[in-house]
Design a protein around this ligand. Structure first.
Ligand SMILES: O=C[C@H](O)COP(=O)(O)O
Length: 253
């Protein structure tokens, strides 16, 4: 049975005090209210990870993730954060290839393959993000485009390593726009990606891979999205910045 996951990507938001308060609220609400077996992952700005560790260490259902890491293990890369550093402070997850990293920082499928390798080598679980733009959805084989993101960044992995990956499908046109993909659109893509994984690694690996949906998920839309058979949870942006809204999304999973 594959893992159900709801991850919150805070992006570049929150001061330290706000980050501490939000984490403590989410941990308390998850402990008090969430009865289902769901892994919650908070991805705050990296400089808060150490401080937030204390807040989640006694709550196994809440873990921390970084929003990015560099593709090299160390070196002269001013301003960057490496996978071994994340490992050294006990971080479990890392987002790899978020569309904002691809769009604003020019990250390529080949670079992301290196990030995935290094993350796995240092005990981190990559949450690999993929998705198409509106233009691609309207004018191209958009399912083929997203499948190719997996092929080029992940399909060099052994089946054993691929089994450690979490996928997050995030249609770019739905991110931060209030335009959520319909449950049918999400299910179609998730099923196609699972089929693509099955073609490469076999049905057992594909069935065990958690595929999350991201793109304007809210408490109002979560239940229908999460009811889709191939949607195993969410990667939530804006709505993860409010503890009540985020917890309600977690409860929908
Ligand atoms: O990482 C999260 C996604 O970019 C979704 O963001 P959003 O929920 O604000 O649309």
């Amino acid at each position: 049975m594959r893992k159900k996951i709801v991850a919150g990507n805070w992006k570049m938001n929150k001061t330290l005090d706000e980050a501490l308060a939000l984490t403590s609220e989410v941990v308390n609400m998850v402990n008090d209210e969430v009865t289902r077996d769901v892994q919650v992952i908070l991805c705050p700005p990296a400089l808060y990870l150490t401080a937030l560790n204390k807040y989640v260490e006694n709550s196994p259902r809440v873990a921390l993730g970084a929003q990015n890491c560099h593709q090299k293990a160390s070196g002269a890369f001013t301003g960057e954060i490496a996978a071994p550093m994340l490992q050294s402070i006990g971080i479990q997850y890392v987002l790899v290839g978020h569309s904002e990293r691809r769009q604003y920082f020019g990250e390529t499928n080949a670079q992301l393959a290196e990030k995935v390798d290094l993350s796995l080598a240092h005990g981190l679980t990559p949450i690999f993000c993929c998705g198409e733009s509106l233009d691609q959805r309207q004018n191209e084989d958009f399912i083929g485009f997203v499948k190719n993101q997996l092929t080029e960044s992940l399909f060099h992995l052994t089946a054993e390593d691929f089994s450690k990956i979490v996928i997050a499908y995030e249609p770019i046109w739905a991110i931060g726009t209030g335009l959520t993909a319909s449950s049918a659109q999400a299910q179609d893509m998730h099923a196609a990606l699972r089929g693509h994984i099955a073609d490469q690694y076999g049905a057992e690996v594909a069935e065990g891979t958690s595929i999350l949906y991201g793109g304007s998920v809210s408490a109002a839309s979560a239940e229908e999205l999460f009811a889709c058979p191939d949607v195993d949870g969410g990667l939530v942006g804006g709505a993860s910045l409010k503890s009540r809204e985020f917890t309600n999304i977690i409860k929908a999973r």
